[in-house]
Write a protein that binds this ligand. Structure first.
Ligand SMILES: [Zn+2]
Ligand SMILES: [Zn+2]
Length: 178
């Protein structure tokens, strides 16, 4: 997989898996294709559960309550997943960098790609550009989706127009009552 300078596709893949978790291994693999990964993964019996565990660790990075804590958690993920960068040329992608050793299992590859991609995203776009949808901050609101802010102005707070509208209606009502 080619991580562009911002790590954008890797971090969007992570959010997609977190927000809409595939029910089986084939579903995870299909999702990696949607986000531009071409490499085949050798099949292991615990791929689905192990990938879920990794996504839960990544969600702790999303939910960290300070930049320092976010960096600390992400560093733990990267330490376990990554090796020195190396140049590779596979599946007709052209020469590009991998940040992992030759263990090509699905959970291992995704842990490396997603942790490095998230680090690139946060350091190039801003440490705050990864959060839960702001609508979910209201007690009782059902949205728990992750928002990866790749907008130019860096002010995306909602996962969808629907959530933005629901929150706007609530704020309007609160003002009307006040
Ligand atoms: Zn690659
Ligand atoms: Zn939402």
């Amino acid at each position: 997989m080619q991580l562009n300078p911002y790590g954008e596709y890797a971090v969007l893949l992570a959010a997609s898996l977190a927000n809409d978790w595939p029910e089986d291994r084939a579903g995870i693999e299909a999702r990696t294709r949607v986000f531009g990964m071409t490499m085949p993964f050798p099949e292991a019996p615990n791929d689905h559960a192990e990938t879920r565990r990794m996504i839960d660790q990544w969600l702790a990075v999303v939910d960290a309550d300070s930049d320092a804590e976010r960096a600390r958690l992400l560093n733990v993920l990267m330490k376990r997943a990554t090796a020195y960068p190396r140049l590779v040329d596979h599946d007709n992608e052209g020469w590009h960098l991998h940040y992992r050793d030759d263990d090509q299992t699905m959970p291992h590859v995704l842990r490396a790609v997603i942790s490095v991609g998230t680090a690139l995203h946060l350091t190039t776009r801003g440490m705050h550009r990864l959060a839960r949808c702001a609508a979910g901050a209201t007690p009782g609101d059902p949205c728990t989706d992750v928002v990866v802010d790749i907008t130019r102005n860096g002010r995306q707070r909602y996962c969808s127009v629907r959530c933005a509208n629901r929150d706007a209606v609530r704020r309007h009502r609160a003002r009307a009552q006040a």
